[in-house]
Design a protein around this ligand. Structure first.
Ligand code: ATP
Ligand code: FE2
Length: 327
């Protein structure tokens, strides 16, 4: 069975094609980068509408399959930005109707965990999902994927990007901060903000900007921001793993590309006798292959949707989904 999936929750429009044997046949994407300032949902959606057709054709080409080989069409139903979600959903509906093939709308956060399970070989992990818009610890418990901890304000990546912009580092600042942090060595005082199983990041950004005004170097600020934020994530991830008894931790989301985060989670896992897994970069960030894969898994477990069920859901919660494909 071949599934084509379309991702469009935020800046990235992605198209992926997978088969039932966990093989990613194609995974192409195009990311909207705002000329200045933050992400404007309508402009990102216009970008997605501009590129979606050519990306579908590119994915078919890369997978070496034709339209008529597609058995199922899936798309990211949420959570995300309404205008962006609607572009992906509309393209998926058009394909489904045109090809007379079933359509499945999937939860974006669960797609991160399922592609990770498929490609890394882990079985029952706690997922640390750290991206631009999302920061959550998710695990399977009692028939659902449940959120055990999350950010109370902004996603960690959005905080990095906003901080980067204020510091003049340009948009998509995560990788730049990571580079700068390598040359920092002074751990500056920033608010360590863990509340129970939850974290918050906006106070760290305000404090980091104040440190810059006081003349601290970008390197030391980047280093301190990373050390503080990642220690917070390691702490709540560890607590969730202990609480629900998981011996595996899976990383997902764009921030999972950060080597310092990986190292800190790896150290935490090792100390607990647990194992860390990280998918390839292209499968960590927002991508169509994960949407296709979850569509495939859901379809094979018997999930069916009508066009009427394909309305997007900006606040689609991870624990709303009945996980029919796991025991
Ligand atoms: P979502 O819709 O899931 O919230 P997203 O649209 O933010 O995701 P992703 O590709 O998952 O997209 O993540 C992008 C984020 O990851 C950006 O905020 C970026 O700064 C951050 N990022 C990318 N690489 C790194 C890195 N090496 N270190 C830290 N952050 C990074
Ligand atoms: Fe994501």
């Amino acid at each position: 069975m071949i599934t084509l999936g379309i991702e469009g929750t935020a800046h990235t429009l992605g198209v992926g094609i997978v088969d039932s044997e966990e093989k990613v046949l194609a995974n192409v994407l195009d990311m909207y980068r705002p000329p200045e300032g933050g992400l404007h949902p309508r402009e990102a959606a216009n970008h997605h509408a501009d590129v979606v057709t050519s990306l579908i054709l590119k994915a078919l080409d890369e997978a070496q399959v034709s339209m008529k080989d597609i058995d199922v069409v899936s798309f990211s139903k949420g959570p995300g930005l309404g205008p962006c979600l609607r572009v992906a959903a509309t393209a998926a509906r058009a394909l489904s109707v045109r090809l007379r093939k079933p359509i499945i709308g999937v939860n974006h956060c669960i797609a991160h965990i399922e592609i990770g399970r498929a490609v890394t070989g882990c079985h029952d992990p706690a997922l640390l999902y750290a991206s631009g818009g999302n920061t959550q610890i998710i695990a399977f418990n009692n028939g659902r994927y449940r959120i055990f901890g999350e950010t109370l304000d902004v996603g960690i990546g959005n905080m990095f990007d906003k901080l980067g912009r204020e510091l003049g580092l340009g948009f998509y600042a995560g990788p730049t901060l990571e580079k700068l942090a390598k040359d920092g060595d002074k751990l500056l005082d920033l608010p360590y903000s863990v509340k129970g199983m939850d974290v918050s990041f906006s106070g760290i950004m305000t404090a980091a900007l104040a440190l810059r005004k006081k003349g601290h170097s970008l390197e030391d600020i980047a280093y301190s921001v990373q050390e503080t934020c990642f220690a917070m994530l390691a702490e709540v991830t560890e607590r969730a793993m202990a609480h629900i008894g998981k011996g595996e931790v899976l990383l997902g989301g764009g921030v999972a590309q950060n080597m310092r985060l990986r190292q800190m989670i790896q150290d935490m896992a090792e100390e607990r006798g647990a194992v860390m897994y990280v998918p390839d970069r292209r499968l960590c960030m927002d991508n169509g292959a994960m949407i296709a894969w979850l569509g495939n898994v859901m379809y094979e477990s018997g999930v069916r949707m009508d066009i009427a069920d394909t309305v997007v859901d900006q606040r689609f919660r991870t624990d709303e989904v009945d996980v029919t494909w796991r025991d």
